[in-house]
Design a protein around this ligand. Structure first.
Ligand code: ADP
Ligand code: CA
Length: 454
């Protein structure tokens, strides 16, 4: 299925591009198109974008989130501090004056605001800056979605200063307690009654304080638990039109109390009518946030009342999950995004006919990772295309809800989604992780494991 939804919305596209684009073309020497890739220092996603850019013959400028002093030392071509928006925007504009840019791409959420601001300053098509703000604050996102009449659960924001025992009587159950600004399901906890709520609230509070937040200025979100199955939608927006690139089922139930993501399998096995409703809901959500250009990644839950948005952001899928996606004549997702960004021809947006799947390998227990066995056996399972262990040996492993990483990824390709899922499960069962138990200490969540990279 391919949903193609035309929407009337205010997009920051044609007018700006025509006016400023003309100027740009005359200033820029003919030849290679130039793209600024905004990368956080630890992103998983950089390699795939850099490779795709190279294969397209694009000139890539790497704008990396590092302090100014370090940028020179590390020989980063364009050192930017993503949180210092004003200064970073100025730096990008200054850079583009000397060497005009055809597109600015934020590889993950961390630079989406900078990408929007700098694109606006240079007259490049871009999403609304409020979409980038919403991607960083779950409460802002809920407010914008609700204002756009997008199906979202009931939600309330509470301060860490409030007494959870008092709040517990105001909440309806089951509910989900979550932080506003973390990712990878960190700190997201389901509670089925007042006691569980108070425990979850306190646990989230400890996590947030251990991350350096102060109670006076820190809030948490409490929302209705949405029952149902969960999917992830990967799409591409062109002047407000949503093209669904891939819809992933998440076949392992995500019912809590913690929400560890494991399996992603595409194409979805949901009926056509459900998939169409998911696409329409995503499109409506994109509109509500002011997302209109470039990649979009949405997570939804589906039940008898239809689809509900869990989250939506103007970026592509996180981690190494895009590895299994191929479009048209074998084009990768990152190439598609780059082609779209610099206006190169795209032959086909249809995903290949084969099914594909990824497993984000969950952390079975806390401890020190001392060894991994069975990787070759896992790779030998029919349908398995790769096994990447990303956790480092002798590093502490912290499971959810405090932890922030996976052990790695397994990739599969098969004739149908059920076979891809089976291959992933089989490969996973062949992996043996040696984890040395550690005496639990309160500050384990502060221990640096490789951070979740969205
Ligand atoms: P993060 O940004 O950390 O990924 P999310 O808001 O996406 O946080 O929540 C992580 C997961 O928790 C979701 O993928 C979903 O499985 C579950 N979840 C979050 N909110 C709800 C909810 N209101 N109802 C049911 N499940 C939820
Ligand atoms: Ca999420």
């Amino acid at each position: 299925m391919r949903a193609h939804v035309r929407l009337e919305r205010l997009c920051y596209h044609a007018a700006m591009r025509d006016e400023a684009g003309l100027e740009r073309e005359t200033a820029k020497p003919q030849g290679k198109k130039r793209v600024l890739l905004l990368l956080s220092a630890h992103t998983y996603r950089g390699g795939a974008f850099l490779e795709a850019a190279e294969s397209l013959g694009l000139e890539v400028v790497r704008g990396v989130d590092v302090p100014e002093e370090l940028a020179e030392q590390w020989r980063v071509p364009l050192g930017l501090e993503f949180d210092d928006l004003e200064r970073s925007t100025e730096k990008v504009v200054e850079y583009a004056r000397q060497r005009p840019l055809d597109a600015i791409i934020s590889v993950d959420d961390s630079a989406s605001l900078l990408a929007a601001r700098a694109s606006a300053a240079l007259g490049l098509p871009h999403n609304s800056p409020q979409a980038a703000l919403a991607a960083r604050d779950k409460y802002e996102m809920r407010k914008l979605l609700a204002a756009g009449s997008v199906p979202v659960p009931q939600f309330m924001r509470y301060s860490l200063l409030q007494d959870p025992k008092v709040l517990a009587s105001r909440v309806s159950y089951p509910c989900v307690v979550k932080p506003l600004r973390l990712s990878g399901s960190r700190g997201v906890i389901r509670a089925d009654g007042p006691e569980e709520f108070a425990t979850a609230f306190e646990r989230l509070k400890r996590l947030l304080l251990s991350e350096g937040n102060v109670p006076d200025t820190t809030n948490v979100l409490v929302e209705e638990f949405i029952p149902g199955v969960e999917v992830a939608l990967e799409g591409l927006l062109t002047n407000g039109d949503l093209q669904v690139l891939a819809l992933f089922d998440k076949p392992d139930p995500l019912d809590g109390p913690y929400f560890e993501e494991t399996l992603y399998v595409t194409p979805s096995r949901l009926p056509d009518v459900a998939r169409a409703a998911i696409a329409a809901c995503t499109s409506q959500a994109a509109e509500a946030l002011g997302l209109c250009e470039g990649p979009v990644h949405a997570e939804l839950r589906l039940n008898s009342k239809g689809p509900w948005i869990v989250e939506i952001a103007g970026r592509s899928i996180g981690g190494l999950c895009s590895t299994v996606l191929r479009f048209g004549a074998g084009v990768r997702l990152e190439e598609l995004i780059l082609r779209h960004a610099v206006d190169l021809e795209i032959e086909g947006l249809d995903r290949e006919r084969k099914a594909a799947g990824v497993m984000m390998i969950p952390i079975p227990k806390a401890g020190l990772l001392t060894g991994v066995e069975g990787v070759e056996e896992a790779k030998a399972v029919p349908g398995i295309e790769g096994v990447e262990i990303t956790a480092r040996l002798r590093q502490p492993l912290v499971p959810l809800p405090e932890g922030a990483s996976y052990l790695g990824f397994i990739f599969a390709r098969a004739d149908d989604p059920a076979s891809a899922e089976k291959a992933l499960r089989q490969a996973h069962s062949r992996l043996r992780f040696k984890i040395q138990a550690q005496i639990p200490i309160l500050h384990t969540s502060r221990v640096e494991v490789s951070p979740v990279k969205q």
